[in-house]
Design a protein around this ligand. Structure first.
Ligand code: PEP
Length: 247
């Protein structure tokens, strides 16, 4: 299956910095062997949509989507609105949102459902904390997080992207080893297999300090079908090197 490399810019960027980054990505991306997406902050989606116009190597993604359809939800942005801006992917349930915005498994599942209903592919983030890993709870935690999504989406879970992001590896420079990541990805694949006929087509991304130096080894694992890239997605050369490693 075609891998997916998605850049999560988090709350970084400016009109000028975004323009420079997209220009450099467009100049260097060529015809990638994988799917590529960038997820700028919501305030810049329209700008980046414009900067990406006229090419199809790099798709636009959002970092979040409202769990509501429309109406009195101040500050929220709906999946339909994102779709109008040309958004193809939406990250849901990033651990930073689970932590700072108190998003729980049910919110995340509803967000995934809203995205799918609008024709946007949700990138559903799951992952354990360091304390949970040390207590031997990794499998329990990631299965619980994914099962909420499977429960709500049923067969349509075959249309999502999953991102396994161990919290202890995000922004810390500490990467899961390829073997550690593959072990969790295999658990998730088996869980998907029990839920949908399309489990083999579901891309399971790894995220957590993936960079130009470690990407190839992680991406060589049988159940690692791409990457969700934070810090390294803000530097064109690093992001393009990861894209080149995904074949
Ligand atoms: C992320 O935020 O999704 C992420 C993986 O960040 P980083 O690559 O910086 O660890």
């Amino acid at each position: 299956m075609k891998k997916l490399i998605a850049g999560n810019w988090k709350m970084n960027g400016s009109l000028a910095a975004n323009e420079a980054l997209i220009k450099a990505l467009r100049a260097g991306v060529g015809t990638p062997a994988c799917d590529v997406a960038v997820c700028p902050p919501g305030a810049y989606l329209a700008q980046v949509q414009g900067l990406l116009a006229g090419q199809d190597a790099i798709a636009l993604g959002a970092q979040n989507v409202s769990q509501h359809d429309n109406g009195a939800y101040t500050g929220d942005v709906s999946a339909t609105m994102l779709k109008e801006l040309g958004v193809r992917y939406a990250i849901v349930g990033h651990s930073e949102r689970r932590l700072h915005q108190a998003e729980n498994d049910v919110h995340v599942a509803i967000k995934a459902q809203r995205a799918l209903a609008a024709g946007i592919t949700p990138i559903v983030c799951i992952g354990e904390s360091l304390a949970e890993r040390e207590q031997g709870m990794t499998e329990f935690i990631v299965k619980r997080q994914l099962s909420a999504v499977i429960h709500l989406l049923e067969q349509r879970v075959g249309d999502i992207v999953v991102a396994y992001e161990p919290i202890w590896a995000i922004g810390t420079g500490k990467t899961a080893t390829p073997e550690q990541a593959q072990a969790v990805h295999a658990v998730l694949r088996a869980q998907l297999q029990a839920a949908t006929d399309k489990a083999q087509e579901v891309r399971i991304l790894y995220g957590g300090s993936m960079n130009a130096a470690n990407a190839a080894d992680l991406l060589a694992q049988p159940d690692i079908n791409g990457g969700l890239i934070g810090g390294a997605s803000l530097k064109a050369d690093d992001f393009l090197a990861i894209v080149a490693a995904a074949r």
